[in-house]
Ligand binder design. Structure first.
Ligand code: SAM
Length: 284
């Protein structure tokens, strides 16, 4: 009985998310009636921010517990991809080991709350730096050049930075973000270029469920009735670990270490959680 109830809750959890998202699309429209015509991307950003500032905290409370241990051991220079309003930042529970975190977040409406969450987590403005952009080199590299972390090439612009010079991060953290980037393979390739040899990707992503027929059908159903449009582009059916494995194979013949687990294997929101370690550079 209890497990039947758990299944029903699992399959129906999108209902409140849909309701809140529709509400905030309406709010964004009432406040900015011309915006859908003049700047649809900004209209969607405002609507999604309303949703996430309302439900992001509840969603973060439902994150697989395995992530806590992984982020407790974070150290050095870190790239935090798509932190939203920063509800996961408290999991970096040893900030003294962290040199700085760059949080790349396109949702500018959430930046104030993100900054506040960082401070609460013991990551002041000097340690948590927000980049208003997306998970790609064009957005991230200029901020790193500005802070003197990446050198520009001889011709000047950030695009001219040498590939080896870009690999500066000790760790890149992706929590529930790669479901929503427009081109996952391209973003992962760009993130891969930014990770140091020997550095680690810490992933906690919900993915395609190939284990459970019922969860598979539920994912198909919610995608068909508008999940992606209402949830900021989120695709429930991505094979995210495979994307990382493909990129690493193409660049370096694979990762040095793959330590990924699938949790809640029967859930519609099944997650992959763990660490992928980049190979060290071969000595010449
Ligand atoms: C589902 S929310 C998760 C937020 C946060 N990681 C958490 O777990 O609470 C997804 C976040 O990814 C951001 N996002 C969407 N597209 C992105 C992109 N191309 N690059 C970086 N972040 C992106 C969204 O703005 C949003 O804040």
């Amino acid at each position: 009985m209890a497990s039947l109830l758990a299944c029903v809750i699992d399959v129906l959890f999108p209902v409140p998310f849909f309701a809140v998202s529709i509400f905030y699309f309406a709010v964004a429209f009432v406040k900015n009636p011309l915006l859908p015509l003049t700047n649809f991307a900004s209209f969607k950003e405002k609507a999604f921010a309303g949703l996430w500032l309302t439900l992001g905290g509840i969603s973060a409370d439902q994150t697989p517990a395995e992530l806590d241990g992984l982020l407790a051991s974070s150290k050095g220079l870190i790239l935090d991809v798509g932190p939203g309003s920063g509800d996961q930042l408290r999991r970096f529970s040893n900030p003294q080991n962290i040199t700085a975190i760059y949080g790349v977040e396109p949702g500018v409406t959430m930046h104030d709350k993100l900054r506040e969450s960082a401070r609460k987590a013991g990551l002041g403005d000097d340690k948590y730096r927000i980049i208003g952009g997306t998970a790609d080199l064009e957005s991230i590299v200029p901020a790193l050049v500005k802070d003197g972390l990446v050198k520009t090439g001889e011709t000047g612009g950030p695009a001219a930075a040498e590939e080896d010079d870009l690999a500066i991060f000790d760790e890149i953290v992706c929590v529930r973000v790669l479901c929503g980037v427009p081109d996952q393979e391209a973003s992962v390739a760009d993130l891969y270029a930014l990770l140091k040899p020997g550095g680690r990707f810490v992933l906690c992503e919900h993915v395609l469920n190939g284990h459970s027929w019922a969860a598979d059908q539920a994912q198909k159903f919610w995608m068909a009735v508008g999940w992606q449009a209402l949830m900021g582009g989120c695709d429930l059916r991505r094979d995210t670990v495979q994307t990382f494995l493909n990129v690493a194979k193409e660049k370096d013949g694979g990762f040095a270490k793959v330590e990924m687990n699938q949790v809640d294997a029967h859930s519609m929101l099944t997650h992959v959680v763990g660490v992928l370690t980049k190979k060290q550079k071969k000595k010449r």
